[in-house]
Design a protein around this ligand. Structure first.
Ligand SMILES: Cc1ncc(COP(=O)(O)O)c(C=O)c1O
Length: 418
């Protein structure tokens, strides 16, 4: 079978795919169908947090698949209970409850529904429900109708209107604009502590703490989308703690790295009281939300194995020290095409000076660089038109980082227009 031709004939062309046919992975490495080996710093876009085919994850999936693969959420799935407990106690560290989905977009839809429930509970002074969620320009929250409407990027929404109403977009890191956007119908603020797809843009500590203060003042829920950034990737178990550890969100969403490659997502909602007697987490009661597959035994066993390794091997701390190493090596380079390293932990972006790059019809500078790196044996991801993102596995070694950086340095030198 010719994979490219079969793709063209049978798969909807929703992705602009690179000409690579992956067939095998191990640790930080991925092989294509010609036997070529790549250092994988794309990791399925921040998914394979333990690298490819980590023995603990493979074993957990094999054992669970041979024991009980799926059962309904009508029953008390023990792996789901244990995973929720682990997430709350070992990773979030704030009392609350978890709902399991299959993806990040679904997790965001669930938390948006939670915001709407809250808006029916704590209403406007005229008795009408509140419903508007403030999100941010350049954000990305997913492709479902709800998550797409939450996403502050026109190009993602183009041609799909009418959008789900109830969202208002503010410039990121602009506290005055956020304050001005709050109105009687506002019910929540949803933001990524690091905008991954939007170009690797970090929230400033002042912005996060200001948003938390505004949320308190106006009785709004503060939600963090950590679908890409959570569970160790940013150098802390929870991404927001890498920027502003003193604040406490009301809800968080995750997916990607929590399953290490097995599809799973989740959202957590705080147990905090929203009136004298009602915990926020009680608003999503029986019948309010559901998912046939979400939190099934196999997905939860896989995620438990991943989170156990991240927690026990302190991979968040490892991510932090790898970031420091990357910044040190980058600072030693004699070049000006990559202008700065943005991001935290192992969610990093190299900003590209587009004027120094060759122009390729129909391709952004980030795509041009990414394609060239792929030829040289390194997989990376564009983040917007002018940033190259690297998302190595959290298990990556210093030697692998050094190899990848040398490929980036020499490729940039080769591409740079003098
Ligand atoms: C921050 C963020 N939120 C949500 C999503 C959507 O996740 P999924 O593709 O699993 O639906 C993504 C995916 O890239 C993301 O980066």
């Amino acid at each position: 079978m010719n994979t490219a031709e079969t793709f063209a004939q049978y798969v909807l062309p929703t992705y602009g795919r690179f000409p690579l046919v992956p067939v095998k992975g191990e640790g930080s490495w991925l092989w294509d169908d010609t036997g070529k080996r790549y250092l994988d710093f794309c990791t399925g876009i921040a998914v394979c947090s333990l690298g490819h085919c980590h023995p603990a994850l493979t074993k957990a999936i094999q054992e669970q698949a041979a024991t009980l693969l799926h059962c309904s959420n009508l029953y008390q799935i023990p792996q789901q209970a244990e995973l929720a407990k682990t997430i709350v106690e070992d990773h979030v560290g704030i009392a609350g409850k978890v709902f399991f989905s299959n993806s990040g977009a679904e997790a965001n839809d669930g938390i948006i529904k939670t915001a709407r429930r809250f808006g029916h509970h704590n209403r406007q002074t005229n008795g009408e429900p509140r419903y508007e969620v403030i999100t941010f320009t350049q954000s990305f929250h997913g492709r479902t109708l709800g998550a797409m409407a939450a996403t502050g990027q026109k190009k993602i929404q183009e041609g799909f209107d009418p959008l789900l109403p109830g969202f208002r977009y503010c410039p990121f890191n602009d506290l005055a604009a956020l304050e001005a956007a709050i109105s009687p119908i506002t019910v929540a603020i949803l933001l990524e502590p690091i905008q991954g797809e939007g170009g690797v843009n970090c929230a400033t500590p002042e912005f996060l703490s200001g948003a938390a203060t505004l949320a308190k003042k106006h009785d709004l829920l503060l939600f963090f989308d950590e679908v890409q950034a959570g569970f160790g990737r940013c150098g802390e178990a929870m991404a927001w703690r890498a920027f502003c550890p003193e604040i406490e969100p009301d809800g968080i969403t995750w997916a990607k790295g929590m399953g290490g490659g097995f599809p799973i997502g989740a959202f957590w909602v705080s147990d905090r009281l929203i009136d004298a007697t009602t915990p926020l987490s009680s608003l999503m009661g029986p019948g309010s939300h559901g998912s046939t597959y979400g939190g099934n035994p196999l997905a939860c066993a896989a995620s438990l194995a991943v989170l156990k390794v991240i927690h026990e091997q302190d991979l968040a701390i490892h991510a932090r020290s790898m970031e420091a190493h990357i910044r040190e090596v980058f600072a030693s380079w004699d070049q000006t095409t990559l202008t700065v390293v943005r991001g935290k932990g192992l969610l990093l972006g190299f900003a590209i000076d587009a004027t120094k790059m060759p122009i390729v019809e129909g391709k952004t500078p980030a795509q041009v660089l990414c394609s060239k790196l792929m030829e040289k044996g390194l997989l990376t991801v564009p983040a917007g038109p002018e940033a190259l993102r690297i998302l190595p596995p959290l298990t990556v070694t210093t030697e692998e980082i050094d190899d990848a950086l040398e490929i980036i340095r020499s490729t940039v030198q080769e591409l740079t227009l003098i």
